[in-house]
Design a protein around this ligand. Structure first.
Ligand SMILES: *[C@@H]1O[C@H](CO)[C@@H](O)[C@H](O)[C@H]1NC(C)=O
Length: 554
């Protein structure tokens, strides 16, 4: 997520967690197949599975069924302090479907928004597992990640988020021996908002300073937060969507206190690319009038280029490509005076965006793309979630934000949702059946997860925008955090399996396609790249190499 720590309003119901393990419900991880690829069409199935985050689980006494945490408060007897609580309390297994609205089928994962089991559960957050007690680690440098997403049932105020956090593969079990649950029970979460709503951090209960949230019956915040590098591949609903790197100046999951939790260790704002915010209001949205129609399934490919083209180089560019109806569509081009009309995230894009939008460049302060890339080199855990926003109603994603700023000022408008939309009480009451479906996850060297030749890719982008001065207004950047609400537990069982086999081969491909016709591309349009079949000549501009997959008329 996007922004701020305050946003992390998770709510877990009458649940309590311990870092011991409860046995009321067997923990059976739903299976989720995904693929590693070496070249287009050359992909290998991996039999993975997913696990629900610990914060959503029932936390009860190890000796029985007394809640350690009820509503948004800790039991004073079982949890007088961090260590005693960790000893007295156990996290139980999850009834994925009945309690949390989580189902898998083949390579698809469906997350329902509100589930009324024994209690009301709101949202969920899951991690991809490599085996029963370890998360799958992804090393993203010089790779691409692709998946399909159905956001058609995600209205204003909801967020289907698929992202990477630099969590420990074992959920912190080996580093913090009081954590007996580990990745098998979804422990060890962290992100760039340094969430303080986590009930346990580093194997100890976050009871000190715990303050129930005023607007949520299920969540609160303790003195400790949990920080780490975060790469938001996708935060979106049917109205808006953003890709956002959020670097930190710490390595791996790191506990914080005080101001370190609010921007001291990490960049909670990030450097976001939201097409609407970057000046293209018709690129992404519901209906055939949009380039990417959110009423239908979307394939999103995200590429992570290094400056020297190696797996150990410095991260230099993050590029998004879409496929819909078999047509490959390049990301929209920036259409904001003062920002170069390009369509990917680079250090220069971030710097210009911060300047023109009047935002403090916390992205650069925390190390920018280079720091993000170092985390990619160490390995990241895949997070899949659905949430509503108890802090700022998701307005940073899909509306005008800050709400008090002039909506015509650069960077303020992010989507067409009303500034009065997105309140959790409203969306939970009015859209309980909202859901997101993630499927067809693929990972491999750049260019390996999709057929670049799909259909066309020559959307001649012509823009009228000329670079001009900028103007700064002040705009606060985004922020928000994931939220959720949960409930009790109850048991059911589901069988799952795990195992994995990675295959990562570097494939080298290099084919420049030249167009067969004599047409020429307009300024800002694509004019080359592997798999590209459109015009390679530029009218009134020069075809400029960006990376092996993309050249642009500039
Ligand atoms: C939005 O993006 C589409 C697809 O790239 C393009 O055809 C259209 O001209 C863009 N609109 C603006 C205002 O930039």
């Amino acid at each position: 997520m996007f922004p701020a720590a305050a946003l992390f309003a998770l709510s877990y119901l009458a649940v309590s967690y311990g870092q011991q393990v409860g046995t009321n419900t067997a923990e059976t991880h739903p299976s989720l197949q995904w693929q590693t690829c070496t070249a287009p069409g050359a992909c290998t199935n991996v039999a993975g599975s997913v696990v629900l985050d610990a914060n959503w689980r029932w936390l009860h006494s190890t000796s029985g069924y007394t809640n350690c945490y009820t509503g948004n408060t800790w039991d004073a007897t079982l949890c007088p302090d961090a260590q005693t609580c960790a000893t007295n309390c156990a996290l139980d297994g999850a009834d994925y479907t009945g309690t949390y609205g989580v189902t898998t089928s083949g390579n698809a994962l469906t997350l329902k928004f509100v589930t009324n089991g024994a209690n009301k559960n709101v949202g969920s957050r899951l991690y991809l597992l490599a085996d029963a007690s370890h998360y799958q680690e992804f090393k993203l440098l010089n790779r691409e990640f692709s998946f399909d997403v159905d956001v058609s049932q995600l209205p204003c105020g909801l967020n289907g988020a698929l992202y990477f956090s630099e969590m420990a593969a074992d959920g912190g079990a080996s580093a913090y021996p009081t954590n007996k649950a580990g990745a098998k029970y979804g422990t060890g979460y962290c992100d760039s908002q340094c969430p303080r709503d986590l009930k346990f951090i580093d194997g100890l209960a976050n009871v000190a300073g715990w303050t129930p949230d005023s607007n949520s019956a299920n969540s609160g915040k303790g003195n400790w937060g949990s920080c780490c590098n975060e790469m938001d591949i996708w935060e979106g609903n049917s109205i808006s969507e953003a890709v956002t790197p959020h670097p930190c100046n710490v390595i791996g999951q790191t506990e914080c206190t005080g101001t370190d939790c609010s921007g001291g260790m990490c960049d909670p704002a990030g450097c976001d690319f939201n097409s609407y915010r970057m000046g293209n209001t018709t690129f992404y949205g519901p209906g055939s009038g949009f380039t990417i129609d959110t009423t239908k399934k979307i394939t999103a490919i995200t590429q992570f280029f290094t400056a020297d083209g190696t797996d150990t180089g410095t991260l230099s560019e993050i590029r998004r490509i879409y496929i819909q109806n078999n047509v490959v569509v390049q990301n929209s081009v920036v259409n904001i005076p003062g920002i170069d009309p390009l369509n990917s995230i680079t250090e220069q894009f971030c710097t210009e965006q911060k300047t023109v939008f009047g935002d403090t460049n916390t992205f650069e302060q925390k190390g920018g793309l280079a720091a993000m890339g170092q985390a990619f080199g160490r390995g990241m855990v895949l997070v899949l979630s659905i949430w509503d926003d108890y802090a700022v109603n998701m307005l940073w994603l899909d509306s005008d934000y800050p709400t008090t700023a002039d909506p015509t000022a650069p960077g303020v408008a992010r989507g067409t949702c009303s500034t009065s939309s997105g309140a959790p009480a409203d969306v939970e009451a009015n859209s309980p059946n909202a859901q997101v479906i993630y499927s067809n996850i693929k990972f491999g060297p750049i260019g390996s997860t999709y057929n670049t030749g799909s259909t066309s890719s020559s959307s001649s982008v012509s823009h009228s925008s000329t670079t001009t001065s900028s103007s700064s207004k002040s705009t606060t950047t985004t922020s928000s955090t994931k939220s959720t609400t949960t409930t009790t537990s109850s048991s059911k069982s589901t069988t799952t399996t795990t195992s994995s086999s990675k295959t990562t081969t570097t494939s080298t491909t290099s084919t420049k396609t030249s167009s067969s016709n004599g047409a020429s591309q307009t300024k800002w349009g694509q004019c080359g790249g592997i798999g590209y079949t459109g015009p390679t000549a530029c009218s009134g501009s020069t075809c400029t190499y960006s990376n092996p997959y993309y050249s642009q008329c500039l």
